[in-house]
Design a protein around this ligand. Structure first.
Ligand SMILES: Cc1ncc(COP(=O)(O)O)c(C=O)c1O
Length: 365
């Protein structure tokens, strides 16, 4: 019998979630963000599943874009951080990847390359990023007009889209997002250009940002990023279910310490189960005692430190669970957001952190 830990990936749920995002766009334009191996779900199967729905895909770098092209994905591919060095520019032009230009050094290098090596007029679409308040990537608003004009004068450049990213769109009452939208709209009005603002949180909640190209990521995989409940967020369907089995059980009296460091001590006589899954699979070691785990569909609690290949669960006194019984660590019946809370992290890190040794099993094609 193979090690029973698998990530079951429901591609029908992925399509459902993408369609939900698309429904938020008046123009039917949503870049499916599939960077970081589609948030751990497998970039190629995810992109193939969405290829008849999504007009464009978003990745973090040219290597991720190459992976999609090699797999036969024909759509435009957006490089969310543009290029990292000038050596990438010829490949980017050849494959017509669309860079997000976030810094003056990129504009300078692209300009100088295109002046020395002219290409077909209008063949390169670019996205110019403005920092409306997140202060991570993007030109300062006052630098945008000059940069826009520089790029517009290059014959190679076709469509140009103004893009920004939100720092706090997951907080549904946060005035910072309103300020970011206001700053963006002022520039957009001046430039009269196509726009892209909305990550998943804004796609779900911030109406004023739901114009032009949406850029949903995490919501495609069925996790709402919003800090509070939301009617649309509740319609998302989990795409990944992390499943395993009990590989051993033992009955312990009260007062026994379990696992490394003896962190968990039984407060009563109980049955402890051992699950095939650990931090060597990407399950977070910082998971606290009490982190929910479903065993035979019943909520139980993590008991003791997560080890590399295994973790221990308190099955409760008098439980009859046996080796081979099914375990769900997150997914269909246990929200990845809830597990993430117990691990002092967010769903993004759990999903992207799942390591390659966990077999991905796809269904719902
Ligand atoms: C520029 C940009 N756009 C869109 C996204 C998608 O964000 P989310 O997964 O929150 O929808 C990201 C994710 O980090 C991003 O960096």
């Amino acid at each position: 019998m193979a090690r029973p830990l698998i990530a079951a990936i429901n591609l029908a749920a992925l399509r459902h979630n993408y369609q939900l995002a698309l429904g938020q766009s008046a123009t039917g334009t949503a870049v499916a963000v599939v960077k970081a191996d589609a948030y751990g779900h497998g970039a190629i199967p995810v992109a193939r599943t969405l290829s008849d729905l999504a007009p464009a895909f978003g990745v973090a770098c040219i290597e991720e874009a190459e992976q999609l092209r090699t797999a036969g994905i024909q759509q435009p591919i957006l490089l969310l951080e543009g290029f990292f060095e000038a050596e990438e520019i010829p490949q980017l032009l050849q494959q017509q990847y669309q860079p997000v230009l976030h810094s003056q050094w990129q504009i300078d290098q692209l300009t100088s390359h295109l002046q020395q090596h002219p290409v077909k007029p209008g063949s390169l679409n670019v996205w110019l990023k403005v920092d409306t308040g997140m202060h991570r990537l993007g030109l300062a608003p006052e630098a945008v007009t000059a940069a826009w004009q520089t790029l517009r004068q290059l014959p190679a450049i076709g469509e140009m889209t103004l893009v920004t990213h939100f720092a706090r769109a997951d907080e549904t009452n946060c005035p910072v997002t309103e300020q970011q939208i206001t700053r963006f709209q002022a520039l957009q009005q001046q430039l009269q250009c196509p726009a892209s603002l909305a990550n998943s949180a804004a796609t779900l909640h911030w109406q004023a940002a739901q114009q032009g190209w949406l850029r949903p990521g995490i919501m495609l995989y069925g996790a709402s990023p919003l800090v509070t409940g939301h009617p649309l967020g509740e319609q998302l369907q989990p795409v990944m279910t992390l499943e395993s089995r009990l590989i051993s059980v033992r009955d312990l009296p009260a007062g026994e310490a379990v696992g490394y460091g003896g962190r968990f001590v039984t407060s009563q006589a109980t049955r402890i189960g051992v699950i095939a899954c650990g931090y060597g699979d990407g399950y977070p070691r910082q998971a606290r005692d009490g982190t929910p785990i479903l065993v035979n569909g019943r909520r139980c609690s993590l008991a003791g430190r997560v080890s590399m290949d295994m973790m221990t669960v308190d099955l409760g006194p008098g439980s009859s669970d046996q080796p081979g019984d099914p375990v769900e660590l997150w997914g269909n019946n246990l929200s990845v957001n809830e597990v993430a809370d117990w691990c002092d992290t967010i769903s993004y890190t759990l999903l992207t952190g799942l390591l390659p040794r966990v077999r991905r099993i796809y269904s719902g094609e």
